[in-house]
Write a protein that binds this ligand. Structure first.
Ligand SMILES: *Cc1c(COP(=O)(O)O)cnc(C)c1O
Length: 385
């Protein structure tokens, strides 16, 4: 077997421009190299304004934001936390770091929406309440590949059961659900600016909340939980989780082009649909239906039904790889990970099937029309009946 060539076309590479460079140099030249500084404050204000939130706290990663969100929600040793199974492991790791126990929730039927199944959540919350069990300490919903979970039902349900709702919007910056921005649902919202996300600071995250006290508490915990005193005084264990001023400068430049990046990713998805949507066995991940909703199309994902299609997901992925094109299987559900082999799961078959047949295609906003055409030609060449 000849070795694959180096990857030329990446799944979701960073897309940075001159504005990011100018802001980064401004931060550098101003000597605000220490973490925190004017770009951090400005980046927080600008993200909050963009999504219509009252407060945003810039952090070193989306994972750090999730860890703080769970901690602020009061999750502690021995607690149970409901969590979408269909996600990246960073959603679930902080549950373990706090000594709590994840209970995973399957995805909804694959032709309606790939996010967590609210019927399963409702049944479980009702069952636990009827059995007199201690309430769940939190629920983490994930906006998978940029599509918002069903907050019309999740928000009232979590309120009724007194369960803090955390929105992992790491992949969904700029998505809108029923007129509200991703990240603003539930009690706490989380964004990531990792290198593969729709905008990036190379590494970074943000916690979003309506509650000023929660924002203050997040800033306190993220800076080693230093009590007010002229010397260093500590009465609880904190973290070193704040975003660097240099990286916040890059984030500000990126945010300025977020709408262009969303438009490009949506156009890429529209082309994939047009060129591949008619092929036997191919189905694209559902898009939000309501007029007052739109997703950011972070990654274009589809499923390939091997009973109908001329090639299966792996054949398509490996064929693209021989051409230097990077495609990836969709996230492997948490309940199928060795790390969580002992964890409870509600349902599980839907996300398992999505994993077996699901593929993410190159979706970066810097993808050229020529590259897009090449990918479509390669995939159609394998799958055309
Ligand atoms: C990327 C991602 C995270 C983690 O964000 P980092 O900034 O990489 O720590 C969390 N959840 C989901 C769903 C993600 O895609």
């Amino acid at each position: 077997m000849p070795e694959d060539p180096p990857i030329r076309i990446f799944l979701s590479p960073p897309d940075v421009g001159p504005q990011e460079r100018a802001l980064l140099l401004d931060a550098f030249d101003s000597n605000w190299i220490a973490p925190l500084g004017p770009h951090v404050d400005a980046f927080e204000r600008e993200i909050a304004a963009h999504v219509g939130a009252s407060h945003a706290v810039a952090l070193s990663s989306g994972t750090a934001a999730l860890h703080l969100a769970l901690r602020i929600a009061g999750v502690t040793v021995g607690d149970r936390v409901l969590c979408a199974s269909m996600t990246f492991v960073a959603t679930a790791n902080p549950i373990l770091h706090l000594g709590a126990e994840p209970v995973f929730v399957d995805a909804r039927a694959s032709d309606t929406d790939w996010n967590l199944d609210v019927d399963l959540v409702e049944e479980e919350l009702d069952r636990a309440a009827a059995a007199g069990e201690p309430p769940y300490a939190a629920l983490i919903a994930v906006d998978l590949y940029g599509a918002c979970a069903d907050y019309d039902r999740l928000e009232p349900l979590c309120n009724a059961h007194g369960v803090p709702l955390i929105e992992d919007a790491a992949e969904a910056l700029g998505s809108v659900h029923r007129g509200r921005h991703a990240g603003t649902f539930g009690d706490l919202g989380v964004f990531s600016f990792n290198g593969n996300k729709i905008i990036t600071t190379s590494g970074g995250g943000m916690l979003v909340t309506e509650d000023a006290e929660v924002a203050d508490r997040a800033r306190f915990l993220a800076t080693q939980a230093r009590d007010p005193a002229p010397h260093y005084e500590h009465s609880e264990a904190g973290f070193n989780y704040r975003l660097s001023n240099l990286l916040a400068a890059v984030g500000r430049g990126q945010l300025g082009t977020l709408e262009d990046k969303i438009a490009r990713r949506r156009a890429i998805r529209a082309t994939y649909r047009e060129r591949l949507g008619h092929l036997p066995g191919v189905r694209f991940a559902p898009e939000p239906e309501h007029a007052d909703s739109r997703d950011n199309a972070w990654l274009t994902c589809l499923t390939i039904d091997p009973e109908v299609a001329r090639a299966d997901r792996e054949q398509v992925r490996l064929h693209l790889r021989t051409k230097g094109i990077e495609a990836r299987p969709v996230w492997k559900p948490m309940h199928l990970q060795p790390l969580f082999s002992g964890a409870r799961v509600l349902g599980g078959a839907v996300s398992a099937r999505l994993f077996d047949h699901g593929l993410c295609l190159p979706s970066g906003s810097s993808l050229t029309d020529h590259e897009l055409d090449e990918i479509c030609t390669e995939v159609a060449g394998l799958l055309a009946g």
